[in-house]
Design a protein around this ligand. Structure first.
Ligand code: BMA
Length: 327
């Protein structure tokens, strides 16, 4: 085991955590009490999944994909003391749009939350003449402001980096189409003001069988001494439809469009009942990760079967060793 990797970031002593109790394959393990968020936690929810959590005021806050019982895809804010038991607002997020030309989302899903400068930015798949990357921010998880869409349709899986790199804000995205897109590579775009995005760079496309149809960025990348740790989902087309698993790569610290290490096997794939059965069977879809620099603990929030939300855990040194050996 090597101890050569460090998480660069704050300590998070109250990170949701459970030690591994079973041997299992690979460096990630599931929370024994998964799923942590049931589909019907709030009166209007059909399903709560593909959602984002972040440390906030000594506890945690988050933005949740709560498809409702009309099957509208909408976002709700939530709070938690321990990152496991959540109170999710019954009302959807109502975006304050400072410019009336910014149109209300026709749907919103798969949010990510990123602490950047003095506020919490939210990116999500925004319905605007097709799916594109919506961008907004909040200071308190009560009042939410929407700014210009970051990119044009068709695009999904917009993920910000938690600091500027080379003087610019960075966003990963996955150009797509109108439907259940059967292709997809990850790109990186740069911005000086979070409004105008350009200097696009290609990051990576499908490579391994488990991700051979398409890939997309997952949680906000975690800065480490060995590069940006990015979890990404990958899709395999089986004779029974799409199968969503997730894996990890390390991106160059200075040029994060350069992939330094890429783990060949997936880290988590659908195999527990709540991942195999639900509105969309066979989906593990990570949208958030918490990291404790002091202990190297990492906790991942992932949507399961487009229905519920689960947790997976890792230790950075074991994960790094595994990625290195399998890269
Ligand atoms: C993708 C997105 C995800 C979803 C996945 C599986 O296209 O819609 O939100 O988890 O499909 O249905």
């Amino acid at each position: 085991m090597s101890n050569t990797i460090r998480i660069i970031g704050p300590d998070l002593p109250n990170i949701p955590w459970e030690e591994r109790t079973t041997r299992g394959q690979g460096p990630l393990w599931r929370y024994s009490r998964n799923p942590i968020i049931p589909r019907d936690l709030i009166p209007t929810s059909n399903s709560i999944f593909n959602s984002a959590a972040i440390p906030f005021e000594g506890g945690f806050a988050g933005v949740f994909r709560c498809d409702d019982i009309r099957r509208q895809m909408v976002l709700h804010a939530g709070r938690s003391k321990d990152g496991i038991n959540w109170q999710i607002d019954h009302e959807t997020i109502r975006w304050i749009r400072d410019d009336e030309e910014i149109e209300e989302p026709t749907y919103a899903y798969d949010p990510r939350v990123c602490k950047l400068d003095d506020r919490y930015y939210v990116t999500w798949c925004n319905g605007w003449h097709g799916p594109t990357i919506g961008l907004g921010y909040t200071y308190d998880f009560r009042e939410f402001h929407m700014v210009e869409n970051a990119l044009l349709p068709y695009n999904r899986n917009g993920v910000l980096f938690p600091r500027k790199v080379g003087g610019r804000y960075l966003m990963l995205s996955r150009p797509s189409d109108t439907g259940h897109t059967a292709f997809g590579d990850i790109y990186l775009s740069q911005s000086e003001d979070l409004i105008y995005w350009g200097r696009h760079r290609y990051v990576m496309g499908p490579r391994e069988p488990w991700e051979s149809t398409k890939i997309g960025a997952g949680p906000v990348p975690i800065e480490t001494s060995e590069g940006w740790l990015l979890f990404h989902h990958g899709v395999l087309t089986s004779c029974n439809g799409y199968v969503y698993s997730f894996g990890a790569v390390l991106l160059d610290l200075e040029k994060p469009w350069v992939v330094r290490k890429r783990c060949k096997p997936y880290l988590i794939n659908p195999r527990e009942l709540y991942e195999l059965a639900g509105d969309v069977p066979n989906v593990c879809f990570p949208c958030a990760a918490l990291a404790d620099a002091a202990t190297g603990r990492i906790t991942i929030y992932y949507g399961a079967a487009d229905t519920v939300t689960g947790l997976a855990f890792a230790k950075i040194d074991e994960l790094y060793d595994y990625i290195r050996k399998n890269s």
